[in-house]
Design a protein around this ligand. Structure first.
Ligand code: FRU
Length: 486
């Protein structure tokens, strides 16, 4: 009997994204094991299929040939009732070796510790499973765990989230960790055969956070590299950043640290894969910000970002841009832009009976540094709005969420998201925005600054798009597409 997954109907839910990836139901957090195999992209993810809350963590699995349409696959990994992953199958990666595909993951358990003391966070076993032909079923290895003991690095707060890659004639693995009193760390291991691993030292550590989750080294030309880290330091909100630097032969020299998105934006625990075309394709978890009651009532929580192509620019900054494949979702095209302004300087570009839009707009500013604000007003009414503003004098991009919903029940952070976007005098502001019901992803100036955020407006019948700015700001063009949401 083939395994059939039916997606319950969420059509009445105004907040459920339509073209972003979500599991059939329940909870989702990190992307895991993203990999392209024979022209098909595999996306595994942290999933509680039974409820929209974290816990009972499985690896969900979906496959796509085009990066935008996904077919659900059977659950790849489920926690055992007792054993190395009885507390959940936590994050990890996928790796291909000849005909074999191996998932390498973190066992959520309190049972396996070096000193026999149950301590679920400190020593989580790194385990593996092999795919059966067809990659529909996965067999956990009898020689789990792959790493039998913690390395001698003082007091380790915890370890988790392996990522494996091929380098020259060997395999390398990074694992996220925390060193008590010394912040987050990345452990480096080597192997000849993916089964026996040798500790090769700390790839990097820094007094930032308590533990680094889901670290991943992205290498570019000329030994330049970015070490992605998801900084965990409860009770503060976790966030994602990267160290930009140089990587050679197992050694990483960081040059600077930077946030991956605007401060307080929603993307977390990203994972990337180098596809057959040599691109780094990255996905991240966009967290839910509704109340627990609302999530329980609707039956789902968490959404995957669009696939982002990650590159490094000449200054060592990461650029993130939506994968070009996403543009295949474009349907009805742009409205012509009306350059006339109304009396109060507000320029209505169009009204769209849709919550699934892609917007590309460019503004220029002549003479003295000006300001511009693009507004997405929620219809009907328009009192609820999201604004994206830029100030050429201050070099700051600001996403205004203060008026994004009249609701008082969601837990969405309404503080503005702001950050530096330094444009040269006369350089155009280029905005690329995706709206998918409660998810908004913003990319500015070829992905130099990005932010994913959640909004839960009470009015959901469409969006009016307009802008206002100082008199010396001109709209160069705006294209708006309705995206295929099926
Ligand atoms: C990141 C994370 C990982 C862990 C997984 C558990 O969001 O906490 O460190 O492996 O989620 O679901």
């Amino acid at each position: 009997m083939p395994f059939v997954i039916t997606r319950p109907s969420f059509t009445g839910d105004p907040y459920r994204p339509r073209y972003h990836f979500l599991p059939p139901a329940g909870w989702m957090n990190d992307p895991n094991g993203v990999i392209e195999i024979d022209g098909r992209y595999h996306l595994f993810y942290q999933n509680n299929p039974a409820a929209p809350v974290w816990g009972n963590i499985h690896w969900g699995h979906a496959v796509s040939g085009d990066l935008v349409h996904w077919q659900d696959q059977p659950i790849a990994l489920a926690p055992d009732t007792s054993g190395l992953d009885e507390g959940g199958v936590w994050s990890g990666c996928a790796v291909r070796h000849g005909d074999e595909v191996m998932l390498i993951y973190t066992g959520g358990t309190g049972k396996f510790t070096q000193d026999g003391v149950a301590n679920g966070l400190r020593n989580m076993p790194i385990c593996a499973a092999l795919g059966e032909p067809g990659l529909q079923t996965w067999r956990k290895l009898p020689d789990n765990p792959l790493i039998p003991a913690l390395p001698d690095e003082g007091d380790i707060v915890g370890v988790r989230d392996p990522v494996v890659w091929r380098e020259g004639d060997r395999w390398r693995m990074t694992i996220g960790a925390g060193l008590r009193g010394r912040g987050g760390a990345v452990l480096l291991y080597d192997s000849d055969d993916l089964h026996r691993w040798h500790y090769a030292g700390l790839l990097h550590h820094d007094n930032v956070g308590l533990l680094w989750e889901c670290p991943q080294l992205l290498t570019f030309d000329d030994e330049r590299a970015a070490l992605l880290v998801s900084v965990w330091h409860p009770p503060q909100r976790s966030y994602t950043g990267y160290y930009s630097g140089i990587y050679r032969h197992g050694k990483f020299e960081p040059r600077f640290f930077e946030l991956l998105e605007l401060e307080n934006a929603a993307l977390y625990a990203p994972q990337a894969t180098r596809d057959a075309r040599g691109r780094w394709l990255m996905w991240g978890w966009i967290r839910e910000e509704r109340s627990l009651d609302e999530s329980l009532a609707t039956g789902w929580s968490g959404v995957m970002s669009l696939p982002r192509v990650v590159t490094m620019d000449a200054d060592g900054h990461l650029r993130q841009q939506p994968a070009p494949e996403v543009s295949t979702l474009r349907q009805s095209a742009a409205l012509p832009v009306n350059p006339a302004r109304d009396a109060d300087g507000y320029n209505l570009l169009g009204q769209y009976a849709s919550q699934t839009l892609e917007i590309v707009a460019e503004f220029t500013c002549a003479g003295t540094p000006g300001q511009v604000e693009l507004e997405l007003r929620m219809l009907p009414g328009g009192e609820e709005r999201l604004t994206i503003a830029y100030d050429w004098a201050r070099g700051r991009l600001q996403i205004g969420r203060g008026q994004s919903s009249l609701s008082t029940s969601d837990e969405a952070d309404r503080a503005d998201l702001t950050g530096a976007l330094n444009l040269a005098a006369g350089e155009a502001l280029k905005l690329h925005i995706y709206v998918d019901h409660s998810v908004v992803e913003v990319f500015a100036n070829e992905g130099l600054v990005c932010a994913a955020t959640r909004i839960y407006p009470t009015h959901n019948s469409g969006i009016a798009l307009g802008w206002q700015g100082t008199p010396n700001v001109m709209l160069r063009f705006a294209h708006v597409w309705n995206l295929d949401a099926t």
